[in-house]
Design a protein around this ligand. Structure first.
Ligand code: CP
Ligand code: NVA
Length: 339
């Protein structure tokens, strides 16, 4: 397998074998790291991380991953670079491509990460756009593989806004890897017909199945993995909270849904998660909406504190795996072969 020079913009561009290769490479790098075996094989390279939106995991995964590989790293945050205000994405691509060996981009438009890939001349990794979050899926699937030893045939349900970057990317990933994917959400929050149709074609060759339901008891019945994400994504206006809580409070992952799944089921979340009163947003929502929707009165939104803190929750293993998988993605794009 040689992925040198490849961008990672969406998993739609990757085959099942390539995705499996990245997950297995990440598992190897994780083992090496745990055993204290250094892998500083990219000491003559530098990468730049371009963030139009905030981040904890993705930024730190790219930084720590790059440092472990021996690379230099520059972080450009939502403020402070010229991009967007005084300089086009196309010009930024050519400037950064002349100085760096790879570019990570987190922002709004998928077309922006595509422009960077087209014009920079170096590998570009998508660290989240409104449409996709491919590096998150690599970490999620490494975590599932560590837990169940396989991806094929895993019964996986995503609860919440199924047409956001996470819903879209998980459906694509599941279709590629032969999983049984269900999106459990009100119909208006299902992925677009166009993306579902594309994924159904992929599913035919991998043995995956894709289902859609509005009923949380059907969605959680006998599944292996229950997954959720925030109800309002970065970049969406604050005003949508009202409607979103109304639509999605029945899809909160709670003890009742966990009990309806297999006894061996795990809970997953890309994080950050709202599961209590100890965040500004969580306490604000509880104050403004708790009297209307009792489910959210303790600041527990997409998941209850009980579930995320339970033994079935693998969210922090999943978060750590961001680093190992992002490191694998950078390494694969930058070398022909890792001996
Ligand atoms: N899951 C994830 O992408 O987290 P950050 O927003 O902290 O990067
Ligand atoms: N859907 C979320 C994912 C965060 C990792 C967002 O875009 O804010």
């Amino acid at each position: 397998m040689n992925l040198k020079g490849r961008h990672l913009l969406t998993l739609l561009d990757y085959t099942q074998e390539e995705i499996q290769y990245l997950i297995d490479l990440a598992a190897r790098l994780k083992k090496e790291k745990k055993e204290g075996i250094p892998h500083k094989v990219l000491t003559n390279k530098n990468v730049v991380l371009l963030f139009q939106k905030d981040s904890t995991r993705t930024r730190c995964a790219f930084e720590a991953g790059a440092l472990d590989l021996g690379m230099g790293v520059t972080y450009l945050g939502p403020t402070g670079s010229q991009m967007g205000k005084k300089e086009s994405v196309k010009d930024t691509a050519r400037v950064l491509g002349g100085m760096y060996d790879g570019i990570e981009f987190r922002g709004y438009k998928q077309s922006d990460v595509e422009l960077l890939a087209e014009y920079s001349g170096v590998p570009v990794w998508n660290g989240l756009t409104d449409l996709y979050h491919p590096t998150q899926i690599l970490a999620d699937f490494l975590t599932i593989q560590e837990h169940f030893k396989t991806l094929k045939g895993i019964k996986f349900t995503y609860f919440g806004d199924a047409r956001n970057n996470m819903g879209n990317s998980l459906m694509i990933g599941a279709a590629k890897m032969g999983m049984h994917f269900t999106a459990c959400a009100p119909k208006s929050l299902w992925p677009t017909k166009d993306l579902i149709d594309r994924c159904q074609v992929i599913a035919k060759t991998s043995g995956a199945t894709l289902s859609f339901t509005e009923d949380p008891m059907i969605g959680s019945k006998d599944v292996d993995v229950l997954y959720t994400d925030v109800w309002v994504s970065m970049g969406e206006p604050q005003e949508v909270w009202d409607a979103r809580i109304k639509q999605l409070h029945p899809y909160q992952v709670n003890a009742k849904l966990m009990k309806n799944a297999k006894p061996t089921a795990i809970f997953m979340h890309c994080l950050p998660a709202f599961h209590g009163l100890d965040t500004e947003v969580g306490s604000e929502i509880a104050k403004n909406f708790g009297h209307i929707y009792p489910a959210v009165k303790q600041g527990e939104l997409e998941v209850t504190d009980e579930v995320i803190e339970s033994k079935q929750s693998v969210v922090f293993q999943e978060a750590e795996n961001r680093m190992h998988t992002i490191k694998a993605a950078m390494l694969a794009s930058l070398v022909e072969k890792y001996e």
